[in-house]
Design a protein around this ligand. Sequence first.
Ligand code: HEM
Length: 326
Amino acid sequence: MLFGRDRVGNKLHMAATTMVAIGTFVSATWILSVNSWMQTPAGYVINENGQFMPDDWLAIIFNPSFLYRLVHMVLAAYLTVAFVVGAVSALHLLRDRTDPESRRSFSMAMWTAVLFAPLQMLAGDQHGLNTLEHQPIKVAAMEGHFEHHSSGNQPLALFGIPNTTDGRLDYAIEIPYLASLILTHTLHDQIRGLNEFPKTEWPPVAIVFFSFRVMVAVGMAMLALAPVSAWARYRLRLFDWPWLLRAAVVMGPSGFIAVLAGWITTKVGRQPYTVYELLRTSESLAPVKAPAVAASLIAFIVVYFFVLGAGTVYILRLMNHRPSTP
Ligand code: HEM
């Protein structure tokens, strides 16, 4: 039972957490709307000076890939936090399995994983279908599809080394039919390969191919841990299996890795365009001299390394303390 200061503290804590969750969602909405517009531009006209002008704000904000990206990114953010919280609590549970705060936060983190990891797979699948509709070249690069399979039956490449000179995937390890099944939800629908498109339209294939695999592999690892934790909970052993706790510690940075890999897939996959099929990256250069670019780049690197370094040390120190209620 909570009394006086504890109860007020709890309410304040709940209010702050709710505000942060809403704030994150609002901020993510606008950032993803802008990013999606660069991938699937809509609601604009181009004036006589070649500038993009808004024509329909609703079409701009709710452009064709916006909702897919918003859902995928918000789930990614929740999963990232869940796995960090899970790792910190697991670390403390490995030191003391009876600690009530660590037990509570580990339990919450694993509930989040159980709920959101499968949802993220579903969202990723739908996102992929949307990308196939609007950016088939990007999907071909993500999948490492060079050849067009006229009868459908597109295999899924688990691994391979994209060979852009000869237009094929070297050392491919493939599962027959699976790409057709995932990308068209049928066994025989056709998917266009990279060789169907001019090379000048290809993104850097290897980067997109490998970053996509990193994201999906991490997603699969999250999906694997979630049911194990559910099984452990069902057996009333959630806090008692050291290898589960160790796995949770190892998975601590997984969300960050998947998010970075996801953004690399998305942004590098958009190349050679800044605004997809409308403005090439080579045309969107500003008339700024190289020394000015170099100076601001160095300033960014120094400041970011300082902020990142200080932030990392601070967060690692915080993680070393046991979770506690406010
Ligand atoms: C089976 C699992 C997954 C699938 C099938 C999947 C699918 C996709 C697809 C198709 C894209 C978009 C590429 C584009 O159109 O530009 C994407 C991007 C992205 N993914 Fe995933 N994803 C999966 C797992 C994850 C996980 C676990 C995370 C993070 C926790 C994640 C984070 C992201 C991010 C941050 C982006 C870039 C933003 C965006 O375009 O939505 N993904 N993913």
